[in-house]
Write a new protein. Sequence first.
Length: 202
Amino acid sequence: MEAARLEVEKLRLETQRIHKHSEEYQKELEREREKAMEQARAEAQKIIDEARETANAAADEIRALKKQLATARKRSTELDTLIQKLYESYALGKITEKRFDTMLAAYEAEQAELEQSIAKDQQELDTIVQDEERIEKFLALTRKYTDLSELTTPMIKDFVEKIVVYRTIRPAKGQRTRQIEVHLNYIGQFPIPTEGMENENE
């Protein structure tokens, strides 16, 4: 009878030890989760700040390119007028054929260079405007969700475009790693904090 009582007591103590260990493990998991969430919040804030800086820089670039394009287009129109007047001067005999050919070649070369510059600047402007629109849409989302302390389903649906999970890699026996990419709407891949995170054990 005494042996059975001792065995029951031994089992009770072992159960308490396991329960205590389980509680400590759960607390450790909670601390790790909080640490990962804090890193994610810091990274999210960094991305928001960078998006704001990029939007401001894009606005400056757009203004500069628009001004540059307006100047180039104005000069191209002026060259059209100059070429027309050059033809008139040649037709009326006011300038020699040699002078006409030299001036015409110079005007046409300048105009061809301007046309290339205008096309390049317009393409760059279109790209920057599209990027700025995407960044503004992302920033509008950040204004909609001011509290990033907890992820909600609507927040995930609004922010996350896709999540890419790669195959598991086993760099060493008893270990495995898996690369995960999170792509946000409008701005692309979100860097996942890995500091302090360990490989999963088998």
